[in-house]
Every structure is written in structure tokens, then in C-alpha cells.
Design a protein around this ligand. Structure first.
Ligand SMILES: Nc1ncnc2c1ncn2[C@@H]1O[C@H](COP(=O)(O)OP(=O)(O)OP(=O)(O)O)[C@@H](O)[C@H]1O
Length: 267
């Protein structure tokens, strides 16, 4: 489904700030794989997601979705394949618009404005049902402006917007990191549910080792722009934080230096 083949990315080439952020990344995800991505500070996790989304061109290598090479496509032409949720709850939604308007915009992504732009009763009913499943009371607030919602509620709406058109690939970039632990757990539960119910393929960057272990069927660990661990199947199911730390130290030859990751290891 997703194939990343020998992708390299250098920032600020030829300057004192030159940084080789991706060094020959290779990754294949099958349909329905839910892969968590963990690693130290500056390991290349967000850069990998940006490379897939086409935020900038990569130096070399290929990115394929369902066998189609999207490496040369600009960001807006990759958007139909992708759904993305960022860390900041403010980024995915339009604060001044109602919940229902935000959802309607997401559902019409890629379509030309026309007579069908108004929200019909059956569409309203569908959104109401989707929101009711979240169990956050949002189904009774469909006409509320999104700016009035809490960070967790807003992130739940962003998640729904990112998946409403069933993207080929869902990119979650530390999407619960700005939330309090209880809300983060709720948004993760919603993410699991949406991914499973729609059989989505997903990549989720997290600094929380416990979350990386307990969610998804795959786990990759990055260090210095490379994937140093790629775990799946029974090995993923039986993984513990201690084991993961040991494997990281063995594979990278160093101790983990990401404070946030270490802080989250006992949760
Ligand atoms: N647009 C950019 N311009 C210059 N350097 C960048 C850019 N984006 C990322 N980098 C650098 O590339 C390296 C990898 O960054 P990236 O954001 O992918 O790390 P990360 O694994 O997501 O880390 P963190 O957990 O700290 O967010 C870092 O050294 C970062 O400073």
C-alpha cells in the first residue's frame, strides 16, 4: 500500500546548517497496517511524514501509494490520498466556522463549489451519528463554532475531518501530545476505532513509548534519519517498554536522549 524506497532528505544543503534528516529510509506498509513511529529528538519522524505528504521534494528515492509513484507530485496533488492530523489542535479546523461546516468542507475536499454545497438533511444526520459515536456530546453542538471547543474536542473533529473521505493513508503526527493524559487517551481510542472501522492504513508518530506499544500492529523506531527497528506481528504484541529501550540501545549504539519519550515510558 505504502512503499518508501531509499528516501534521502538534506536541509540547507551546502550551508553551515546542512542537516541530513533522512538517510535512505525504506518502509513498506500493507493495507490496514497501523504503524507507530518512535525515536529520539530530531530522529526524522516528522520529516518522514512530511516527505510522504510532499511538503518539499526529497533528494532521491521513491514514495508509492498503491503502486503509484507520488514522489514527483506537489503537496496538493497528494492530498486526495492522505489524511493528516498535527499536534496543534488549532491547525486542522476553522475556528470561526461551525462543527457541521467544518465537516462539510472536509467531505467536499477536491470537489468544485456548486449546487450541492449546502448541507442536506441526510448529510446532517450522518454527521450527527458519527459525532454521537465519539461520546463527547458534540452531536448536540453541531452549530457551535469550533473555536469554542476544548483542545480534545477539536482534535476529535480534526480526526473525523481527516478520515471522512477514507484516505489511503492516515498520518498522525503526535496528534495527542498537546492534550492532557485523559483527553489524549480518549482521542487515541477514537483513532483506533476510526482506523479499525474504516480499515485505514496509518502512520502515527508518538513520543509516548507506552502508546507506541499498545496501539497499532507495527512499530518502527528511527534514529539519525534511519529506521533502526521495524517490529510487527507477535513480536509487536509482546513488546514491553524495557525491551524496546534495550533494543534501541543495541540498534543505535546509544542511550535514548528524548526526554519526553523517557518521561512517557511508565504510562
Ligand atoms: N524544514 C526544515 N529545515 C531545516 N531543518 C529541518 C527542517 N525540518 C526538520 N529539520 C531537521 O531535521 C531533523 C529531523 O527533524 P524531525 O522534525 O523529523 O525530527 P523528529 O524525529 O520529528 O523529532 P522530534 O521528536 O524532536 O519532533 C532535525 O535535525 C530537524 O532540526
Amino acid at each position: 500500500m505504502l512503499e518508501i524506497k531509499n528516501v534521502w532528505k538534506t536541509f540547507n544543503k551546502g550551508t553551515v546548517n546542512e542537516k541530513q534528516a533522512l538517510c535512505g529510509v525504506n518502509l513498506t506498509l500493507n493495507d490496514g497496517d497501523f504503524c507507530t513511529v518512535i525515536g529520539g529528538n530530531g530522529a526524522g519522524k516528522s520529516t518522514t511524514l512530511n516527505a510522504i505528504a510532499g511538503v518539499w521534494p526529497v533528494d532521491c528515492g521513491q514514495i508509492l501509494i498503491d503502486g503509484k509513484d507520488i514522489s514527483a507530485l506537489p503537496e496538493h496533488k497528494r492530498a486526495p490520498y492522505l489524511g493528516r492530523v498535527f499536534q496543534d489542535p488549532m491547525t486542522g479546523t476553522v475556528a470561526d466556522m461551525e462543527i457541521i461546516e467544518n465537516l462539510a468542507i472536509a467531505a467536499r475536499r477536491g470537489k468544485k463549489r456548486g449546487l450541492s454545497w449546502g448541507v442536506k438533511a441526510d448529510e446532517r444526520f450522518r454527521y450527527r451519528q458519527m459525532l454521537a459515536e465519539f461520546d463527547l456530546g458534540l452531536e448536540d453542538r453541531m452549530s457551535s463554532k469550533v473555536g469554542l471547543l476544548s483542545g480534545g474536542q477539536r482534535q476529535a473533529i480534526t480526526l473525523l475531518m481527516a478520515t471522512i473521505k477514507k484516505p489511503k493513508l492516515l498520518l498522525l503526527d503526535e496528534h495527542t501530545a498537546a492534550l492532557d493524559p485523559k483527553t489524549a487517551a480518549k482521542v487515541l481510542e477514537l483513532s483506533d476505532k476510526i482506523i479499525a472501522e474504516n480499515n485505514l492504513t496509518a502512520l502515527m508518530v508518538t513520543h509516548n513509548m507506552h502508546d507506541a506499544i499498545t496501539h497499532g500492529n507495527r512499530l518502527i523506531m528511527m534514529s539519525d534519519g534511519k529506521i533502526i527497528l521495524n517490529i510487527s506481528g507477535e513480536e509487536k504484541k509482546n513488546l514491553t517498554v524495557e525491551h524496546l529501550l534495550e533494543m534501541f540501545e543495541k540498534a543505535s549504539g546509544s542511550k535514548i536522549e528524548n526526554d519526553r519519550m523517557l518521561l512517557s515510558k511508565d504510562k
